[in-house]
Structures are given as C-alpha cells and as structure tokens.
Design a protein around this ligand. Structure first.
Ligand code: ADP
Length: 465
C-alpha cells in the first residue's frame, strides 16, 4: 500500500470524513424520522376530517332514500372528491357499496392508510364507512405532503453532501498547513541522522510545533558541538602524544647514528619523556571514565583536616625546593565528610602542584578548610603567584587548556590536571572554582557535600577505575 495512505494527513481526512458522515447520517435520520412522524400525524387528522365529512354525506343519503339503496353512485362521487376508496357496510356488517370494487387491493388495517367510523344518527347505528388511501385511488400520500417529504429528504442529502465536501476540503487544507512544519522537521531529522549536523528548522511556527522545532534546533546544536569537541579531542590527544613520542624518536635516532652517547643522561631524558607519556595516557583514561560517569568512587568517612595535612606534607619538599612556604589554615573542629579519599587527595594534590608551580620564591601557599554551613565543606588552595587573566579563567578547566602552552609543556603539564579535578569533584556532587587577581595570586576552591546522596555510588566499593 502506498505510504501516503499511512500519512497523518490522509488519516485526518479519512477520520474527519467518517465523523462528518456519521454526524450527517445521525442528523438526517433524526430530522427524517421527526418529519415522518409529523406527516403521519397530519395525515391521520386529515383522514379523520374526510371520514367525518363522508359520514355526514352518507347519513344524509340514508335519510333521503330511507335506506342504503342507490348508494354506489354517491360513494363513487364522494371517493373521487376525497381521493379515497370508500367502503360502506350496513348495521349488520354486510357490504352496501365500494367505490373501487375491482381494485383487488386488500384492506391493510394500516391506521395511517385507512379509517373506519360508525355511521350513527341520534344513537341509532346505520352502518359503518371505511376510507382507504391506496394505490387504487392514486393517493398513497397527498401530493403536497409527498412533495414536502421528498423536499426535506433532498435538502438533507444536498446539505449533507455540500457539508461533507466542504468539510473534507477544509480538513485537507488545514492539515496540510499544520503538517508542513512536521514534514520539514522530519526531513531535517533524516539529514541529521545521515550526519549533516548543520540542519536547522524555522521556529516561527506558533504553539507546540514551534516549541518542537526549537528543541530540535537545540538538539542539533548540541550534537554539532559534541561532534566538534570530539574532533578537537582526537586532534588534541594526537598532538599531545606526538610531542613526547617525537622527542623519544629523536633521541633514539641520535643514539643509533652515534650522534649521542647512550649514557645515563640520555636515558634520563628518554625516561622523563616516557613518564610524561604514561601520565598523559593515565590522565586521559581517568578523564574518559569520569566523563562517561563510570568512575567508581570508594566513599568512606574522612577527616578533611588530616587529609589536607598529609597532602601538604607530601608536597613540602617540592615547596621547600622552590622556596615557597606551605601554610595550613584549619579550624579546630571540622566535620567528617563522606568522600573517596584517594580521589580528593588527587584533586588537592593537583591544586597544590599548580600553586607551587606558579608561586614565586619567598611566597606563601595557604591550604584551608571550612564548613560554612551544616551541609558543605569548603577546601581552598591560595597562592601569591602571578594570577590568571580574567579572560583565561573560563577556559582553565577545559581539556588541554594551558595559559602559556610553551612554558606549561616544558614543566610537564598536560593541560588535563584541572579538567580531571573538576570531573572528580563533580563526581562527588561538588563544585570547583577559582578566584584570581593578576599579580596578586589565585585561590582555587572545592565545595563538597558533607553527606552526598549515595544513589548507586554507595554500592561502589571497588576502588579500581
Ligand atoms: P597542567 O596539567 O598543564 O598544569 P591544568 O589543567 O592543571 O594543566 O592547568 C591549566 C592551566 O591553568 C595551566 O596551564 C596554568 O597556566 C593555569 N593555572 C593552573 N593553576 C594555576 C595557578 N595556581 N596560578 C596560575 N595559573 C594556573
């Protein structure tokens, strides 16, 4: 069956035609039966009047002729005047006269078609007369009534046909107008599915369809953005991997060609590049897991003060080597927090590493913790470094983003540290942010819920990622 038979427009038109047909049939049937009843009521009354008139005529004849003799002529006359077959019987039921004796038409007893009334004068029964409307007299129905009935029927039929045609045409036009945006949307969705992510549809249509078009456009934009991000990521990853690999390749070729001695200094350089590669790959793995929501967190009650002290201790040697002072600013009492200790240590470690890296000699890096309300723990790492330009701030949590790429790469940074930190904090249902003033320093802060909603996460006892 052609697909247009399954189209919404076709179904709408057919559906409407059916409803219209049923409605018209119902109205016609109702109007027709009401008209029929009225016509029959009128005919019965008419019959009654005629019968009374004939009865009076017959009574007069009876008295004038002192009996029913010579009645046939008068009955035939009355029959042609009234347009009825007239049958007269005497008081004993014997047939006296019949205006149409040869009609052969049997009396039907149909109340609407025949009428029998007794002929009585002063309480004396002279006989009875029956008036029959029938084929024989050509008077099944009065011509005027018959015209009225067929006129009503014809009017109903014509009105119904006109309303039907006009209604179906109207529904067809309206549904075409309403469904045009749906067709446009369908075509755009098909092209989008085939990979043309630039597809957009007009949103000027009012109502739900306009809303749908708007939602479609948002979806297409998101898909396009995601595709762009995916392509950028692949390019970025390839770029990041290529640099240390090219370095290793260069050193190995120089050793092979005898340009460089395979001594411990050369091996150290190559080892450093390999470590950088390993860290990069590991960072990418953690990031991929965190972004896909498959990162498993091992929630346990942790004393935040103790965690910060231990992390600071791990970085003290590095800070000392750079002449940077590490200061812990912890209140005496801090609530215990449900968290994955390893992952939060990783986040604080990353912030500390950046802070020390960007701090000048003789400056101070402060690690603090507070519980500003009964639901949140706020950790902060503040430095007195060069700070971050306001226009750079929105991007520093993006993948592979470095404020100064050449310097950052030289220090071994992959531009993934803050991105991973953000993902890990968000996996804890927390937030991470930064306040920075150029020339004064930066303060990175992390806010964690004291009791995260462990929907599903509580089941994650496995710490492997
Ligand atoms: P990386 O691993 O290369 O350090 P991050 O994601 O940790 O990358 O940091 C992104 C960029 O943010 C870095 O290139 C650095 O320039 C900037 N940045 C991070 N922390 C600080 C800080 N405390 N002070 C100034 N700049 C910072």
């Amino acid at each position: 069956m052609p697909s247009r038979f399954f189209s919404i427009q076709f179904r709408l038109v057919v559906g409407f035609a059916l409803v219209l047909g049923l409605a018209l049939f119902g109205v016609s049937w109702y109007v027709g039966s009401v008209a029929q009843n009225e016509v029959e009521r009128f005919e019965r009354r008419d019959q009654q009047i005629r019968a009374e008139r004939v009865k009076r005529l017959l009574a007069r004849h009876y008295f004038r002729n002192r009996g029913w003799d010579n009645l046939q002529g008068a009955v035939e006359q009355a029959a042609s005047a009234t347009g009825r077959r007239i049958i007269v019987e005497d008081a004993h039921g014997a047939l006296v006269a019949d205006s149409h004796p040869d009609s052969g038409e049997a009396f039907t007893g149909d109340a609407a078609r025949s009428q029998t009334i007794p002929i009585e004068v002063n309480g004396r029964l002279l006989g009875q007369v029956t008036l029959v409307r029938g084929e024989s007299t050509g008077t099944i129905r009065e011509p005027a009534i018959s015209r009225l009935a067929s006129g009503v029927d014809r009017a109903l039929l014509l009105t119904g046909l006109a309303a039907g045609v006009f209604g179906v045409l109207l529904v067809w036009l309206m549904s075409r107008r309403v469904l045009t945006p749906v067709r446009t949307l369908g075509a755009a969705a098909q092209k989008l599915g085939q990979g043309d992510l630039a597809q957009r549809v007009p949103t000027s249509v009012p109502g739900e369809l306009g809303q749908l078009a708007h939602t479609f456009n948002i979806m297409a934009s998101n898909l396009q953005e995601a595709e762009k991000r995916r392509r950028n990521l692949v390019a970025d990853v390839a770029h990041e991997l290529r640099t240390p690999l090219s370095n290793i390749q260069g050193y190995l070729e120089a050793v092979k060609d005898g340009l460089l001695q395979p001594n411990s200094a050369t091996i150290d350089i190559i080892h450093h590049q390999v470590l950088h590669l390993v860290r990069l790959v590991e960072d990418l793995r953690v990031l991929a897991l965190a972004e896909s929501g498959s990162l498993r967190l091992d929630y346990q009650p942790v004393a935040p003060g103790e965690l910060l002290e231990q992390t600071a201790e791990a970085f003290r040697a590095r800070a000392d080597a750079k002449g940077v002072e590490l200061v812990l600013d912890l209140p005496r009492q801090l609530p215990t927090v449900e968290m994955d200790r390893t992952r939060v240590t990783q986040v604080v470690g990353n912030l500390l590493e950046n802070a020390i890296l960007h701090s000048p000699e003789g400056s101070v890096v402060t690690i603090s913790a507070r519980a500003p309300d009964s639901e949140t723990l706020r950790l902060a790492v503040a430095d007195q470094g060069r700070g971050i330009e306001p226009e750079e701030l929105p991007q520093i949590f993006d993948r592979f983003y470095r404020v100064d790429p050449s310097r950052a790469r030289a220090t071994g940074g992959s531009g993934l540290g803050l991105t991973i930190a953000k993902q890990l904090v968000e996996a804890h249902q927390g937030t991470i942010g930064v306040e920075s003033k150029v020339g004064k320093g930066s303060c990175f802060y992390v806010e964690l819920p004291l009791s995260p909603r462990l929907n599903g996460a509580a089941a994650r006892t496995d710490n492997s990622i």
